[in-house]
Design a protein around this ligand. Structure first.
Ligand SMILES: [Fe+2]
Length: 114
């Protein structure tokens, strides 16, 4: 017989996994599988890293093992490095993204300051 807390944990885990699948599916829907551009490859890679971060943070919150939690959160941090690596590569080939990054930064600063 499962304990109530175990059932709740299983439900939470299923919900997290489902959300992860939906995020990845949403990211790949726009993907041109016949001939993806390097920009598409980098954007899907960035989207996957972002989803992984969300997934790992939620999984880390589910474990009672402090060592496992520590390792998952360390890996989460590494995923942020991966985002930066992919973003660096994307900015080398997408001039519009460079401009829009600057526009977005300025819009936020105009709205809420530095
Ligand atoms: Fe990664």
């Amino acid at each position: 017989m499962k304990r109530y807390s175990q059932i709740k944990k299983e439900e939470k885990t299923k919900s997290i996994i489902q959300k992860f699948k939906e995020e990845i599916l949403s990211a790949v829907t726009e993907f041109d599988t016949s001939r993806p551009s390097d920009q598409q490859i980098l954007r899907i890679s960035i989207a996957s890293e972002l989803s992984a971060i969300n997934l790992y943070q939620e999984l880390a919150a589910l474990t009672d093992d402090p060592n496992l939690k520590k390792v998952i959160l360390d890996i989460t941090k590494e995923e942020k490095t991966h985002i930066s690596e992919f973003e660096t590569m994307l900015l080398r080939i997408d001039d519009e993204q460079i401009i829009e990054n600057l526009n977005g930064k300025k819009e936020v600063e105009d709205l809420i300051g530095n």
